[in-house]
Design a protein around this ligand. Structure first.
Ligand code: BGP
Length: 465
């Protein structure tokens, strides 16, 4: 088998997977955890969740973490990204620390290290403590301060062993979904709040980076962004312009300040012209300018196909970024029908080359890439294993382009799949499954390795395929 390896990755390449607290821990009300927006939304509007399955009982990593880490080891992980649940560590978001949570995260970190799996620790993955959301969430300056305190607490508690930190996962996603598109609580539609929340999460990230660097800990701190390369429908200048604007709004809005400490002028011009500038305090822009990331995590799922706007917008409707472009339904595109996302593996290469050319070739890694499929039970073979060949092909197709990016000089250090064990999804609960390992939610969350899990084991063992 060794000799058949066509794509051999550099020595020490980071192989692993990513997850998040709310999506996998379970024990949502257990051991002193406070409530977050998901616990609250599920209680008040369970109809918003697929099959009415909520975040209270997700995949039970809280109890099964040892078994999961043993499985990670078996499948060849050398790194694993997870997040701390802010409301578990500090119920209410500020004030007293929950000692049981400290104990839990210590046990997880120690168990990972014992198994030679490096913990990549993320501070915020969509799960605002409810009390802080009631103060306005990211809209509120007080929440920025609370977040920085929470970050400092985490560095002090776990920074002796954790050497890779991330301030946020996909910070644009909660902002757009809480304040514009209605997918996350409180489902508002208010561009002004959206801009304010976005600015505050960028500021919070920079302030946490500052704290971390000032502590002189011997690790790195970065952020994880979902990058969706924008492709214009055609070379017509109107299509190209629309695509540049979409890129500024959805990618460069967070990528530029995170890596360069600046904001794209295309976005600032629109925000100014439309009258949505955020409230900023003196010195905020300097903090953002001076405290950029050491390391960039990139989540890639799908591209964005853009064309010039076809119709005039309704001037009375709430402001939406889509006033500046339309989505282009490209004929012939390949789509994952369960999630509705286009599959375009070359996108991963294009965005990596862009990071090399436009962002100083900063050290980066693929922090999420994956394919969610419904009703995987239909693929179970006689041995009880889900034969998810489509997922193996999906990974191989993307990895070929990551490999090419490395050949072309991109400083990309690793590849994490989404996800290890099937987990609960914000919008789709357990409908679409992404794991290398399946979960039976009706049988105490029993784990079974899928075919892709065994493939991943060979991949990591051979450092390529
Ligand atoms: C990313 C998120 C993850 C995860 C994944 C799959 O954007 O960081 O939390 O959920 O997408 O998306 P979904 O669960 O919506 O299918």
């Amino acid at each position: 088998m060794e000799n058949n390896i066509k794509f051999r990755f550099p020595e020490g390449f980071w192989w692993g997977s990513a997850s998040s607290a709310t999506q996998m821990e379970g024990a949502a009300n257990g051991d002193g955890k406070g409530r977050n927006i998901w616990d609250h939304w599920y209680e008040t509007e369970p109809n918003r969740f697929f099959d009415r399955i909520g975040p209270n009982d997700t995949s039970n990593f809280y109890e099964l973490y040892k078994e999961d880490i043993r499985l990670m080891k078996k499948l060849g992980h050398n790194s694993f990204r997870f997040s701390i649940s802010w409301s578990r560590l500090i119920p209410g978001g500020q004030g007293e620390i929950n000692v049981k949570a400290v104990d839990f995260y210590n046990r997880v970190i120690n168990e990972l290290l014992l198994n030679e799996i490096e913990p990549f620790l993320n501070l915020y993955h969509f799960d605002m403590p409810l009390e802080l959301q009631e103060k306005g969430g990211w809209e509120s300056r007080e929440v920025v301060e609370a977040y920085v305190n929470y970050a400092k607490t985490c560095f002090d508690l776990f920074g002796d062993r954790v050497k890779k930190w991330f301030t946020h996962n996909e910070p644009i996603v909660p902002v757009e979904n809480q304040y514009l598109y209605g997918h996350h609580y409180p489902a508002l539609c208010d561009f002004q709040k959206c801009v304010q929340a976005g600015f505050h999460s960028i500021l919070a990230s920079a302030m946490a980076i500052k704290e971390y660097h000032e502590k002189n800990m011997d690790g790195k701190i970065g952020t994880i962004l979902n990058l969706t390369p924008s492709y214009p429908r055609s070379t017509h200048p109107a299509d190209v312009k629309a695509s540049i604007i979409a890129d500024a709004i959805f990618n460069r809005s967070f990528l530029d300040p995170s890596v360069k400490g600046t904001f794209p002028h295309e976005l600032v011009d629109i925000i100014k012209e439309e009258g949505f500038m955020p409230i900023m305090a003196d010195g905020d822009l300097e903090v953002i300018k001076e405290n950029t990331v050491d390391l960039l995590g990139i989540n890639y799922y799908q591209p964005r196909r853009i064309k010039a706007k076809e119709n005039l917008f309704n001037p009375h409707a709430p402001f939406m970024p889509e006033r500046y472009f339309d989505y282009h339904d490209m004929p012939g595109k390949r789509v994952n029908p369960y999630r509705g996302w286009e599959i375009y593996e070359k996108g991963i290469y294009d965005l990596l080359i862009n990071v090399k050319e436009e962002y100083g070739n900063i050290e980066c890694f693929i922090a999420e890439n994956g394919m969610g499929v419904e009703n995987e039970k239909r693929f179970i073979n006689e041995e009880g294993i889900i034969e998810d060949d489509y997922r193996i092909h999906f990974y191989q197709d993307h990895l070929k382009w990551v490999y090419k990016a490395i050949e072309d000089g991109v400083n990309v250090k690793g590849y994490h799949v989404w996800t290890f064990v099937d987990n609960w999804s914000w919008l789709n609960a357990y409908k679409n499954r992404y794991g290398l390992v399946s979960v039976d939610i009706h049988q105490q969350f029993k784990r079974t390795i899928k075919k892709s899990g065994y493939w991943f084991k060979d991949l990591t063992k051979n450092n390529g395929f």
